[in-house]
Design a protein around this ligand. Sequence first.
Ligand SMILES: C[C@H](O)[C@H](O)[C@H]1CNC2=NC(N)=NC(=O)C2=N1
Length: 96
Amino acid sequence: MANRLSDTEISTAVAQLTGWKLDGKFIVKKYRFSEFLKGVAFVNEIANLSEEKNHHPFIAIDYKLVTLKLTSWSAGGLTDLDTALAKRYDAIYEQI
Ligand SMILES: C[C@H](O)[C@H](O)[C@H]1CNC2=NC(N)=NC(=O)C2=N1
């Protein structure tokens, strides 16, 4: 498990992400889709990547809006894995 990021490291990392917000020990982003099933397809890709990396976001599907919340609960906070996966999620979103 990666080491927990310091507050300074978190601020720097979150500033380099697009549309992600810091919420306590989580980073959070809402993704909007033109169709409900596109959001479901996005979640399915996220789920497969989560299993592959054994690192899982909390996922909410609210019709055409998908919210992802990331933290490294084994580390008790944010790690590089969270920020790296946030970028992967954004790349997947661009492909949907
Ligand atoms: C036992 C299992 O490997 C652990 O609980 C994994 C599963 N997925 C995980 N996902 C996230 N986001 N953080 C973790 O610390 C984590 N740990």
